[in-house]
Design a protein around this ligand. Structure first.
Ligand code: NAP
Length: 296
């Protein structure tokens, strides 16, 4: 059986096009577009590339973007002061503190200081808690992208056994919560899981978010499963995922490639999150002034 290759680039392009149209409507209605602020501390080259990519993507859909670059010796208090400033800036709808921050700083404390209404990375305890309770809030972009890809390839989730390998706050845990909200039966695996291969083989839907090149081998895939590979590992063979793509594609019904699967979805969903955050803030602002409030 040869799997359907899930084209993340195409799905992401569709979402970006839709976001661009809705951003134009938002700007016409409110007089200014949504705005995304990034906070980058130090000179980590990969972080600079990621942040530049986010700004470029904002420009392409009409979202305003603001980059705050801080020197590598910035103190925790200085970092928190920048976050506080952005929290009250009305031109800023969404804030990203680019991780990792230099070792002397506490990245979790910085991301937790973001106003939950502007937390487009979904990393504040407020948004993480809302997600676990199945309530509305901002959710990390990569997990949202995983769910969109499952939808795009018509994978039934209700009652399906979904196995998530990885339990990070950024990917594994929110993916598991979103799958549970779709009524999947969810198993979360991690580095202490016993007999990972057997657990994976019982999955109708397998999401790998580990950061270990080709950890999930073809024999760990159940025939007909849908496989979403979040992993992005730089190796001598180039960028590879957490799944051994060639072997897994022989058994899966549908599978994401790396690159070209989850990666492009992350930025698309970040743009959508920024638009959603701007909309919620506009509604909150109007209702605070006693103006009309949009429902839904
Ligand atoms: P992370 O914070 O390092 O978490 C990795 C998780 O994998 C941990 O929960 C860890 O278990 C588990 N793990 C490690 N070795 C394992 C093993 N041998 N068997 C089972 N589980 C194991 O990583 P992350 O931030 O979630 O990222 C995961 C991958 O996704 C990375 O390759 C990253 O580059 C990629 N990523 C891609 C995107 C994208 O846009 N495509 C976005 C974010 C991340 P413990 O908790 O027990 O340590």
């Amino acid at each position: 059986m040869a799997a359907t290759i899930i084209d993340g680039k195409a799905v992401a392009a569709g979402i970006r096009q839709q976001v661009a149209a809705e951003v134009a409507e938002f700007a016409a209605e409110h007089g200014s577009p949504p705005g995304l602020a990034t906070v980058l501390v130090g000179d980590d080259p990969a972080s600079h590339i990621y942040v530049a990519g986010k700004h470029r993507a904002c420009g392409e859909v009409g979202i305003a973007s603001l980059g705050r670059e801080l020197p590598g010796d910035t103190s925790q208090d200085e970092l928190l002061a920048v976050v506080s400033e952005l929290n009250v800036d009305p031109a800023v709808s969404g804030i990203i503190v680019q991780l990792p921050v230099p070792r002397h700083l506490d990245g979790a404390r910085a991301t937790s200081a973001v106003d939950p209404a502007k937390d487009v990375d979904g990393l504040t305890p407020t948004n993480a808690g809302l997600l676990v309770q199945g309530r509305e809030g901002l959710v990390s972009a990569t997990p949202l992208g995983v769910i969109e890809l499952l939808r795009a390839c018509d994978t039934p989730l209700e009652g399906a056994h979904a196995v998530v390998v990885g339990r990070s706050d950024l990917v594994g845990k929110p993916v598991a919560a979103l799958l549970l909200a779709q009524n999947a039966t969810v198993t979360v695996c991690h580095s202490r899981t016993r007999d990972l291969a057997a657990v994976c083989r019982s999955a109708d839907v397998l999401v790998a978010a580990v950061g270990q090149p080709r950890l999930v081998t073809g024999d760990m895939i159940r025939e007909g499963a849908t496989v979403i590979d979040v992993g992005m590992n730089r190796t001598d063979d180039g960028l590879v995922g957490d799944v051994d793509f060639e072997d897994a594609a022989q058994r899966a019904r549908a599978i994401t490639p790396v690159p070209g699967g989850v990666g492009p979805m992350t930025i698309a969903m970040l743009l959508r999150n920024t638009l959603e955050a701007a909309r919620s803030q506009a509604v909150g602002h109007r209702s605070a002034r006693g103006g009309p409030v949009r429902s839904g």
